[in-house]
Design a protein around this ligand. Structure first.
Ligand code: DBV
Length: 257
């Protein structure tokens, strides 16, 4: 039975999708902020395709859940399921630039080669104490606790480093029961704590001056430009859905500023 989503707030139903509990937790967390639907074309709300050989085509689907709230310009979750090939939840929360708030970012990726799990409150302005100090003070203890239970994910591209905080939780795990248990017992509660911390900052955030807001806007744009240019999912999405849809999705839905 299939259910077509007409609105970006409609629930995401993907049979067998392993990241569903994480998305549901996110949706519940934002429910208290009076979320409003984001204006997304139906081709981005629900997308289905096939890939692989003609004799053995495989099904893939991508759905986008999104909303905005009083202080958050654009909250979006990209959900991908291609059985045996990829299962992804990529989340990004973009605050309005007149609030002193970081981004909330998560990348939960399962490929035949293993899981790749990234979670962070990413700075809009990296070398700016006013922007980072209050966040990092509360984030670092969370990172210290949860990262100690997970292997470090390894080097990230040098040019990407300034977009991450020192509270970056980052791991790669081989597929299997042991990873499933770590995802359940470590990644899931860590995600809950990072999300609660972020929502606490959102709740307390006050509007900043127009001058400050323009700095924050410049920082947001440079982050978004980087993410759109270097999206690690570009190859995968192009293979699934073609060049044109993928570029439109990356520039208008995933990283839209
Ligand atoms: N990554 C995205 C979006 C995805 C997505 C929108 C819709 O930003 C998936 C899907 N990430 C995705 C895939 C891979 C990665 C890798 C499919 C694997 C690519 C491959 O192996 O072929 C964090 N994601 C990665 C890597 C990093 C991140 C560091 C490995 C390095 C690389 O291959 O470039 N994603 C990256 C990041 C954040 C994030 C900067 C912030 C939290 O969301």
């Amino acid at each position: 039975m299939s259910f077509t989503r007409l609105n970006s707030l409609d629930p995401v139903v993907i049979e067998g999708w392993r990241w569903a509990p994480f998305l549901n937790q996110t949706i519940n967390a934002f429910a208290s902020l009076q979320p409003q639907s984001s204006d997304l074309a139906s081709d981005f709300l629900n997308k289905e395709g096939t890939f692989g050989s003609k004799s053995k085509p495989q099904k893939v689907q991508t759905k986008t859940w999104a909303c905005r709230t009083k202080k958050l310009r654009y909250v979006r979750a990209a959900c991908v399921e291609a059985f045996g090939t990829a299962s992804v939840l990529n989340l990004l929360v973009n605050p309005f630039h007149n609030y002193e708030l970081p981004f909330f970012g998560a990348d939960f990726v399962t490929l035949p080669t293993g899981h790749l799990l990234a979670l962070d409150l990413q700075p809009v302005l990296n070398k700016d104490k006013l922007h980072t100090e209050a966040v990092w003070e509360r984030l670092l203890p969370l990172q210290a606790r949860w990262q100690s239970l997970l292997p470090w994910g390894g080097a990230i591209p040098l040019e990407a480093e300034s977009f991450f905080s020192p509270g970056f939780l980052w791991t790669r795990l081989p597929l299997g029961d042991e990873a499933d248990q770590l995802i359940l017992e470590v990644v899931r509660p860590a995600f809950g704590e990072y999300l609660s911390l972020y929502l606490d900052f959102v709740q307390k955030a006050r509007e900043v001056s127009p001058v400050r807001a323009s700095h924050l806007l410049a920082g947001q744009k440079s982050y978004m430009r980087y993410r759109a240019k270097k999206d690690p999912a570009r190859g995968m999405l192009t293979r699934f859905f073609g060049h044109e849809w993928t570029e439109n999705y990356i520039h208008n839905v995933l990283f839209d500023l």
